[in-house]
Design a protein around this ligand. Structure first.
Ligand code: HEC
Length: 97
C-alpha cells in the first residue's frame, strides 16, 4: 500500500461527501478532519465504513486493501494524528460479517 493509492481511494469514494479538505459539508456530511471517530479506536471506524450508518453508505463492496488504505489515509491526513494510525487489510477482513 502506498500513500498515493490511499489518496486515490479516498478521492474516488469519499471525497464527494467528506471533501478534499476533510471538512465535510456542514449540516450534511461530518468532517473527518478532527473527527473523534477517526482519532478513536480502529475497529469502530472499520465497522462504520464497512456497514454504513444513517446517510453514510456501506463500503463493503470495496476490497480489504482499499478500505484499509482509505481509513489509514483519514487517520494521517489534515490535522489528524491518530494513535492507531495504520489499518491493515487483515483487520478489515476480520471485521466483515
Ligand atoms: C454519500 C456521502 C458519503 C460518502 C461518499 C462517504 N461518507 Fe462517510 N459519512 C457520511 C455521513 C452522512 C456520515 C454521518 C453518519 C452518521 O453518524 O449519521 C459519515 C460518517 C463518516 C465517519 C464518521 C465521522 C464522525 O466523526 O462521526 C467516517 C470515519 C467516515 N464517514 C468515513 C468515510 C470514508 C472512509 C468514506 C470513503 C470510503 C466515506 N466516509 C464516504 C457520508 C458519506
Amino acid at each position: 500500500m502506498n500513500s498515493s493509492n490511499a489518496a486515490q481511494v479516498y478521492a474516488a469514494n469519499c471525497v464527494t461527501c467528506h471533501q478534499a479538505t476533510g471538512k465535510g459539508v456542514p449540516g450534511a456530511f461530518p468532517a473527518l478532519d478532527g473527527s473523534v471517530v477517526v482519532a478513536g479506536s480502529k475497529i469502530d471506524q472499520i465497522k462504520l465504513v464497512l456497514n454504513g450508518k444513517n446517510a453514510i453508505p456501506s463500503w463493503k463492496m470495496l476490497s480489504d486493501t482499499d478500505i484499509a488504505a482509505a481509513i489509514t489515509y483519514t487517520r494521517n491526513n489534515w490535522s489528524n494524528k491518530a494513535q492507531q494510525n495504520i489499518v491493515q487489510p487483515a483487520e478489515v477482513l476480520a471485521a466483515r460479517k
